[in-house]
Write a protein that binds this ligand. Sequence first.
Ligand code: ISE
Length: 340
Amino acid sequence: MAVRVGVIGAGWIGQDHIRRLTETVTGAQVTAVTDIDAARAGEAAARVGARVPADGGELIAADDVDAVLVTSWGPTHAEHVLNAIAAGKPVFCEKPLATTAEDCLKIVEAEMAHGRRLVQVGFMRRYDTGYRQLKQVIDSGRIGEPLIVHCAHRNPTVPQSYTSDMAALDTAVHEIDVLRWLLDDEIISTQVITPRATSKRFEHLKDPQIMLFETAKGVRIDLEVFVNCQYGYDIQCETVGEEGLVRLPDPAAVGVRTAARHSTEVLTDWVGRFRDAFDTEFREWITALTAGDEPTGPSAWDGYAATVVSNATVAARQSGRVIGTDMKPRPGFYATRGLV
Ligand code: ISE
């Protein structure tokens, strides 16, 4: 029987995941959709023949919901995830797991008390083929011990509602998660440098920003976040090791030669860049649930770590100082969990 999923939050990403679970992933059925905007929930539900419970609490408790997908506004995530754990139901939560480290720790504690993993956090880059190839090379030892990582995260433009804090909380948070996973290492300090700001931005925004992270093993990471770069959506990652380096491949694109030029397309949004990763992420989640297994993707602990580092990065920019991340030690419960 299909895994019956209830979706809390029918905004853009929620609707995309409803479509994905309905059309792309086998073994799943969306049976309930709720949203603070009832009309929006109604429209999204009608497209897939789902019900519209009054709110998240009612959806989580419903008999026709086996698993919960949280795609609502970030500050509401903790409440829904904690309710799902209390109901003993698997819950997939889009980033961030919670906006504060305290709320993330409450989730971690509730899950450990339950005794089995229920939570997966939506860090989709771990499912991208290129990042998986990068990790294989690093894990194989072919480039020796990693020493330095150079990254860039560029969006063509962002709306006026995008703030300087979001460069860490919304954008760099993807690198923060994927680098912890790639390097099997923890980020212990963070710093932000603000170069000359581009004129192609809203006045309130610091853009670009350069973030500098230091890991427990001493690896140094530089990350350029540039969200009004104009030319495309561009994700770069190069890991330099003792004996070589490994670079994230660009997405496959045909080379076109015409008018004395050779060109390849650069994608323009993250939806296209990570479409396959999102599909794989949900396929693997549903496969684990169908088998009655724990989810294998980014764990509640990974959600905690990402929130700690991204919040520290905001504090680093605001203060102009190097900020220690002051992360709690990882509980044994998570030592072998969240390793995909
Ligand atoms: C957005 O929320 C994402 O998740 C994208 O991957 C990122 O590139 C973008 O900057 C964020 O705003």
